[in-house]
Design a protein around this ligand. Structure first.
Ligand code: ADP
Length: 624
């Protein structure tokens, strides 16, 4: 038993010798951190430091970590009395709250924490952040302290100013009193050592009104380097980013800045401190300590939290070329290009245009195909109509022969008479002259018959011209006149007073009239007397010309009024049944209409209407 007690005592002694006090302390180290900073934490900078810290804690802490925060407000308060009061406040406030690690943000904070350490947290390790390397060197922290040192140099600010203003001659340093500057106070010494070829003007610790007047009238080869203004000189304090917005509005030169949070309120950029990275770096070290590591084992390092970042909108304002910026620079607040901004709208518009183009192409193709089909169908129509005309001519052939025979016969008779007169002893030359003129007249009559038949039978493509429908009717009735008298049919043609001008193919339209009149004559063939065909041309308002051809025949059975226009519908023994179907096709090709009716007094009437190109109102009665 004694042996066992002696052994355990030995182990305890060995433990005590082997492990230093710090580590022994950690065995009971509470999982809590007290974060102290030097601001009043109203501005975005410290807010972002804390965001970075909190994000890192919640991301990496296995155990629940309590975070306490205190802002020392050292821009506005200071002095021994303040420090002592604050210390007592902290002592009282955290009396019953064990702290695992103290995090000091900023050089001024670290300075105070070191002074307070022995009284407030003698066994608690300290992690610092946002401490400039010269402050760190001056403070020479003891071994229970670790953290990330930052390096922000005035020479970097000058480098950024030269990128922004290539012919830079003057750097105008704007900020609070050097004493109040918690981050950049070491730049004072750097400025004192003079920079080659650069004139540095300091506007520090001046009232806001004076500052604004001065920054509005700076020379063209200057740039402002903004450190941070915390007061307007009348006892009003504000976050330095708010002050920057006011200065930027009045300044006539670009403003180089050294904090990421100054980019938004009007800074053009520069080598800027990223506050979230500072918070995150501090949290990393603090968590390692809470997890049991010794502060001595976490090496002090210079953390990479300064990056060249520039504001695109300010660059535009001051016509800064992007190629002049230091290498590796990031450009923020870039206005998106039209395509980036309206990407989806542009895509939708493009798609709509594409669909529309496709639709147009499709419609053009359709139109082209329809045109071709129209041309083809007209060609077929011309051919069929030609055949139909031959058939009509066949029907008319006997009367045509008769019509030719008559002048030819009288020519012969007249020639023989002339011959006899000339053979007499005293030929009556006046008589001969008269005979010759008769011969000439008969010859012309025969030629006219042949001309009409030729024009009717010529194979011509479908061609429309502006025509006088009255004229077309007259010519058709001329062709038919002999046939009419041969069949004992009385023709009446009533034409409108003014010519009904339509667009049409005269040969085709003549054929329609021919077909209708021949049909009428056929229908009346069995009637003993009173065979009459009456044709009218009328103008129907401004729109159309209407031709009506009526007969005194038996009419058309009521149920066949539409059927008669069908191809091959015939009631005649020798009929082909294509006359009316061709007539309808021709009229439709002229954008017109054709229809049949029975008259109340008996007989059929065919109407066809055609669009007018000119109007006529009166009607004339012609007896043919
Ligand atoms: P076809 O004259 O060869 O018969 P159509 O197409 O010209 O061919 O006429 C078709 C039919 O319409 C005729 O057979 C006839 O029965 C009827 N028809 C046409 N015109 C008249 C009319 N004026 N009176 C009575 N019937 C008619």
């Amino acid at each position: 038993m004694d042996k066992a007690i002696r052994l355990s005592r030995l182990i305890i002694l060995l433990m005590a010798l082997l492990f230093p006090a710090g580590l022994r302390a950690h065995e009971a180290r509470p999982h809590s951190m007290l974060v102290l900073d030097q601001s009043d934490r109203r501005g975005p900078f410290y807010y972002q430091v804390f965001s970075g810290l909190r994000a890192m804690v919640s991301e990496h802490s296995a155990a629940e970590t309590t975070i306490y925060t205190e802002s020392l407000d050292l821009n506005r308060f200071g002095g021994e009395r303040y420090e002592e009061d604050f210390r007592q406040f902290l002592e009282a406030k955290y009396r019953d709250r064990p702290i695992g690690v103290v995090v000091a943000i900023g050089g001024a904070t670290l300075e105070l924490v070191l002074r307070w350490h022995s009284k407030l947290w003698p066994d608690t390790p300290v992690v610092f952040a946002l401490v400039e390397e010269r402050d760190f060197a001056r403070l020479r922290p003891p071994p229970y302290v670790t953290g990330g040192i930052i390096s922000v140099k005035f020479s970097d600010a000058v480098k950024a100013a030269r990128a922004v203003v290539p012919n830079l001659a003057t750097a105008v340093v704007v900020g609070a009193d050097w004493e109040r500057q918690v981050l950049f106070r070491n730049w004072k010494d750097e400025i004192a050592t003079r920079i080659e070829g650069l004139n540095v003007v300091e506007i520090v610790g001046r009232p806001m009104a004076e500052l604004l007047d001065r920054v509005a009238t700076l020379p063209g080869d200057s740039a402002i380097i903004y450190l941070g203004v915390y007061t307007d000189g009348n006892g009003n304090y504000f976050p330095p980013s708010d002050a920057l917005a006011v200065v930027a509005e009045r300044a006539n030169r670009p403003i180089v800045v050294a904090s990421e949070t100054y980019l938004g309120p009007g800074g053009i950029g520069g080598f800027v401190i990223a506050p979230t990275l500072i918070g995150a770096e501090a949290a990393k070290s603090a968590l390692r300590i809470l997890d049991g590591e010794n502060p001595e084992s976490i090496p002090l390092s210079v953390v990479d939290v300064v990056k060249p970042i520039f504001n695109w909108q300010q660059m535009e304002r001051w016509s800064v070329n992007e190629s002049n910026l230091p290498s590796g620079s990031e450009v923020r607040f870039r206005e998106p290009s039209f395509l980036e901004k309206y990407r989806w709208r542009a895509v939708a518009l493009g798609a709509a245009l594409l669909i529309q183009a496709g639709l147009i192409a499709f419609l053009l193709h359709e139109r082209h195909m329809r045109r071709r089909a129209e041309v083809e169908s007209r060609q077929r129509l011309s051919e069929l109509a030609h055949i139909n005309r031959h058939a009509t001519a066949g029907e008319l052939s006997s009367s045509i022969a008769h019509e030719l025979n008559q002048p030819l016969g009288s020519i012969l008779t007249n020639a023989e008479s002339a011959e006899l007169i000339l053979h007499s002893k005293t030929p009556d030359l006046d008589e001969v002259r008269e005979i010759i003129s008769d011969i000439k007249r008969d010859d012309l009559r025969a030629s006219e018959v042949i001309r009409r038949m030729r024009s009717l039978l010529k194979r011509a493509p479908f061609e429309t011209t502006e025509i006088d429908l009255n004229q077309t009717m007259r010519e058709a009735f001329d062709v038919l006149s002999l046939q009419a008298s041969a069949h004992n049919v009385a023709f009446y043609l009533q034409t409108s007073a003014e010519a009904p001008r339509v667009k049409g193919d005269p040969v085709q339209l003549q054929q329609v009239i021919l077909n209708l009149v021949v049909n009428s004559m056929d229908a009346m063939a069995k009637m003993p007397y009173g065979r009459t065909v009456i044709a009218r041309t009328e103008v129907n308002g401004d729109a159309s010309a209407v031709v009506s051809i009526s007969d005194s025949g038996p009419g058309i059975p009521q149920d066949k009024l539409n059927e008669i226009f069908d191809p091959f519908f015939t009631t005649k023994e020798q009929g082909m049944g294509i006359g009316l179907s061709i007539a309808r096709t021709i009229i439709l090709a002229h954008n017109g209409q054709i229809w049949a009716e029975n008259q109340s007094a008996g007989g059929a009437v065919f109407h066809l209407s055609l669009p007018l190109v000119a109007q006529s109102t009166l009607r004339q009665l012609h007896r043919v």
